[in-house]
Every structure is written in structure tokens, then in C-alpha cells.
Design a protein around this ligand. Sequence first.
Ligand code: NDP
Ligand code: OXD
Length: 313
Amino acid sequence: MERGRVLLSVTGFHPQRWHDLLSAEREVVTEPDGPADPSIHYAVVWKQRPNVLSSLPNLRVIFSIGAGVDHIFADPTVPDVPIVKIVADNLSQHMAEYVVWRVLDHHRQGMLYRAQQPKKTWHEPPQRSAQDISVGIMGLGTLGRACASALLPLGFTVNGWSRTDRPLPGVSTFAGEAGLIPFLNATDILVVLLPLTSATQGIVNYGLLKQLRRRNGLGGAVLINAGRGRLQKDADILRALDDGTLKEASLDVFEVEPLPKTSPLWSHPKVFVTPHAAATSDPSHLAPIMLRQMAAFERGEPLQNLVNREAGY
Ligand code: NDP
Ligand code: OXD
């Protein structure tokens, strides 16, 4: 198979490093030579410019610069070619670090101690064991499973919820609509690692948060969302925090990003905000994986980590 050119279509950040790394093996362009450029075989994209892919006659594969692919489907003209998503140890490691960090901080009362320090308050609340706390991971895929494997050795009880049944040693697993309420009822700290699809948009709402267990030593239920912002309703989270349905939240993603300066989430005393930084795609780890896939594809080998278009992730 002849070696086609790579279209690098990125909005929201400057992709110079991606360009440099992909250029080591391929000719890379940031704009096609006209809307029907026959030389483009691959597209590497993050929030690609709308319509840029739709009329490329020889486009063979789209590579997502991200584990999530909702940014690709935001353009309804995306052609029906295979889409490859990111699966990489480096990304899973970063997400597991973020989730363990936030779970431990809520478990060990980080918010309380940070509030006490400026007041020079010497007060120790009751200390609970990890064994008493159950962490429920919504989305037991590549990242969710890495997080479960990192939490189990710390002693937490771990539950997982997925679309299809996903057994995992040491984890109580639940699947589909029928499994959702039992999963929530058994969960104190909810970790959201779902993809954004038509089935999951807005799923983290007030009614769902009401179903969480809150008879643990934490003094309430906790939400950690590192999936996508439009999985949640920001207003419902504020309501849940203000009426005690939620004790605290760590949010890495928001309905609108960057989080508007006017959002009350920024200054809410029970909210810990990070700027969509839980697990950042590192080109030095990920570009070589894409280049290897292109070469393997040209040798006739099957593509890995393909998106299921029907499921949307
Ligand atoms: P995967 O595709 O490997 O896993 C997705 C999981 O969600 C699977 O377990 C899947 O179920 C489950 N799921 C999907 N739809 C539903 C549904 N309708 N009901 C129940 N479960 C569902 O994705 P990753 O683990 O690689 O990534 C997850 C998400 O994390 C990404 O889509 C992205 O949005 C987000 N992300 C955020 C980052 C950040 O920095 N904040 C960084 C990287 C990713 P099943 O197993 O049955 O398929
Ligand atoms: C991703 C992300 O999807 O960075 O990989 O959010």
C-alpha cells in the first residue's frame, strides 16, 4: 500500500510537538490541498475543524488525540472510516494517579484540614479505614480498570459499572440499566470515567446522586468526575452539595470548558477543581503508537483500539 500523507487537524492547543513527532516518519500537513485532496490517508485529530474530513477521497483511518472521541463526533460530517482511540499505559497511569489522589484526599479529610489550617484549628475528626469506604467506578474500561487496580491494594472496596458485563477480580461489577441503582446504592465515592455518548449525556444528575450510599465514615457521598463535563449537570451538583446529598466533589471536567469565571464551582468550599488535566495525552508516548499502527495497517494487519461507531465510543 502506498504511503499517504497525514492531516493533523487540531483546535484548542498548538500541535507543534505532534507535528514534529509524526513528521519523523510521515509527511504531515495541517490543511489538505483543497477539499478533495487525494494524498491524505490518515487524520490525527483533536476537535478537528468541522467538515475538514468529509470529502477526503482516500482517507483510510482517523486517529483520536484522546481516549475520548466525542470531540470527533461533534462534527456530524465525519466520514465512515475506522476511528482509533488512545489506549496507552502512560495515560492509564496518569488517570490512576489522579483518581487515587482524589479518593485519598476525600477519604483522609483533605478539605477539612485545608479549611482548618488558616484558622490554626487543632482538631482531629474520627479516622476511618479504607475498608469501610466503597469506591464505585462508572465506566470500567481501560482507564476505569487501571483505577480499580490502583485502589484495591489500598484496601478500598471497589465497585464497577459498565454497559456490558466486565468481570474484574476483586471488584463487584454491575452492568447496564438494571445494574445502575444497585451499583449506586453500594457506592460512597463515585468516580465517573464514562465516555460522552447519546446514552451517557447528563447521566450525573441530582436523581443519580441521590442514589449514592451515605452511611459511611466520610459523613456523606463524594463525586469525582474525570470523564467528560457534559456527563454531568453542573447545577445539579451544586444543588446536591448545598443540600447535603453530596459531601464533596472533585471535578476535572465541566459542561463548559474552560470553566467560566462566573461559575460558582470555582469558589465552592466543597469543590476541588482541576482544568481537564487528570490525564493529558503526551505526544512523545502517543505519536509513536500511532505511527506503528499506520505501518502495521499498511502491512495488512488489523487496527487496534477501534471505536464502535454504533455505541459512540
Ligand atoms: P473505554 O472505552 O475503554 O471505557 C469506557 C467504559 O464506559 C466501558 O466500561 C464502557 O462499557 C462504559 N460505558 C460506555 N457507555 C456506557 C453506558 N451507556 N452505560 C454504562 N457504561 C458505559 O474508555 P477509557 O476508559 O479509555 O476512557 C473513558 C473516558 O475517560 C473517555 O471517553 C474520556 O471521555 C475520558 N478521559 C478523560 C481524561 C481527562 O483528562 N479528564 C483523559 C482521558 C480520557 P463496556 O466496558 O461495556 O464497553
Ligand atoms: C482524552 C482527554 O479523552 O484528554 O484523552 O480528555
